[in-house]
Design a protein around this ligand. Structure first.
Ligand SMILES: Nc1ncnc2c1ncn2[C@@H]1O[C@H](COP(=O)(O)OP(=O)(O)OP(=O)(O)O)[C@@H](O)[C@H]1O
Ligand SMILES: [Mg+2]
Length: 400
């Protein structure tokens, strides 16, 4: 059907050794699976431009000035991520280099290339190409200039601007749309399995895109309600029934989305080892508070400095509470989450004309009166937001 000419139709036809390309041979099994189509592809007769280019290691080394330290954007379980400029097109890209000593390996590299070759949506990151030269494995993505949602919510670097309520709702709605595409537009559906703040990347104007599809799984078909897999994911985001039984459903992703939404609302981390007791686990901490409307202002991120709509907070919390329910069948489908969050994102909050809520101010973020609006101080990392002290990152611990 030719949906995934990942190695054969590089614009420059830069490589001719396709028969040695591990991606091409692995792509055959997914490509030839008649079940795996996205409805978009079906709609336009399969003529999407799905080409992922192949790159030589030399090209990517040149793009990153030999993987120079000052090009480093970050590091995850897969390896290091560098900012680079492709000489051929002058395009700025993010290049992820597989750490050969890392936990995640070739399999995730292949799944990432194959999935992103087939799946295209404004809220999914675009894979420009890959390199499978010898034992080198690199992925080349569009560069997302504002980094990850995790950086914005949890990076306590001084001078960092806090995300406003409106931006938070925009990010939540966009991320939900990306997930909706995976669940409802791909056939069979795709279970993402790695939804978390560090995998939501932000483009201009905080446009969110989901990234990292190395753990994605084709979902159940026919009468099946789940697929059985080895449990993988990130501690704190994993649905309890999946962690316990390995039975993966679309509702596992909805749970993870609920955790992300809670992080967006509270500014707290899913797991925060710098805290003690119930506060270490965001869902465990938030659950009792869901039941008492008077406590809602305690849930809101102090970094918001009270600048959120009370009703919007209540509604967003209601969505998050539904998503993180213990019983998977009680959680909403992602399409309903999209509807709710799109509505919330359309209700713009204006601190000039709407009340600023009483909130728990963190010591480093004194309450801002309406008058000093516009001269927004960064509020630092908002130590009271729970994001401050524990600087270690909750990287994907793939194996439980
Ligand atoms: N396309 C991109 N554009 C800009 N920055 C990126 C891009 N991809 C990744 N990054 C940066 O690199 C960092 C590391 O990303 P990576 O996906 O490797 O790890 P992670 O998601 O933080 O952890 P994990 O291994 O658990 O998935 C991100 O937090 C982000 O700041
Ligand atoms: Mg990631």
């Amino acid at each position: 059907m030719g949906w995934f000419p990942c190695s054969g139709t590089s614009k420059k036809k830069r490589k001719k050794k396709q028969s040695l390309d591990p991606v091409q041979s692995s792509s055959e099994s997914i490509r030839s699976n008649p079940l795996f189509k996205t409805k978009e592809v079906i709609k336009n007769g399969g003529s999407d431009n799905l080409a992922a280019q192949t790159f030589t290691f030399r090209e990517l080394a040149a793009a990153t000035k030999n993987f120079r330290g000052d090009c480093l954007l970050g590091e995850g379980g897969f390896g290091r991520v560098y900012k680079g400029r492709l000489e051929s097109s002058n395009q700025i890209v993010a290049i992820k280099q597989l750490d050969r000593n890392g936990l995640q390996g070739n399999r995730e590299f292949l799944v990432e290339v194959l999935m992103l070759g087939l799946l295209h949506h404004p809220n999914l990151v675009n894979l420009i190409g890959y390199c499978a030269d010898g034992d080198q494995r690199l992925l080349v993505y569009e560069y997302m200039p504002l980094g990850s949602l995790d950086d914005h919510l949890h990076d306590p670097s001084p001078g960092k601007k806090q995300l406003t309520w409106n931006t938070r709702m925009k990010i939540a709605a966009g991320a939900a749309k990306g997930l909706e595409y995976l669940h409802d537009k791909a056939s069979p559906p795709v279970i993402y399995r790695d939804l978390k703040c560090s995998n939501i990347l932000l483009g201009e104007s905080y446009h969110p895109k989901l990234s990292d599809f190395g753990l994605a799984k084709l979902g159940p078909v026919g009468d099946n309600t789940h697929v059985s897999t080895r449990v993988m994911g990130t501690y704190g985001y994993c649905a309890p029934e999946y962690a316990m039984t390995g039975q993966l459903t679309l509702k596992s992703d909805v749970y993870s989305f609920g955790v992300v939404l809670l992080e967006i609302i509270t500014g707290r981390k899913a797991i925060d080892n710098s805290k003690t007791g119930v506060e270490q686990n965001l869902v465990a901490w938030a659950r009792p508070l869901f039941k008492d409307r008077r406590k809602f202002s305690q849930i809101a991120d102090p970094g918001l400095q009270g600048q959120y709509p009370a009703r919007g907070l209540y509604q967003a919390l209601a969505v998050a509470a539904m998503c993180v329910q213990e019983q998977p069948n009680m959680r909403p489908v992602i399409a309903d989450v999209v509807t709710a969050l799109s509505y919330l994102a359309s209700q713009k909050y204006d601190p000039e004309s709407q009340p600023v809520q009483n909130s728990q101010w963190s010591p480093s973020t004194p309450p801002r009166s309406k008058r000093d609006n516009g001269k927004r101080s960064s509020g630092g990392g908002g130590s009271g937001s729970g994001s401050g002290s524990g600087s270690e990152k909750n990287h994907t611990k793939r194996y439980f």
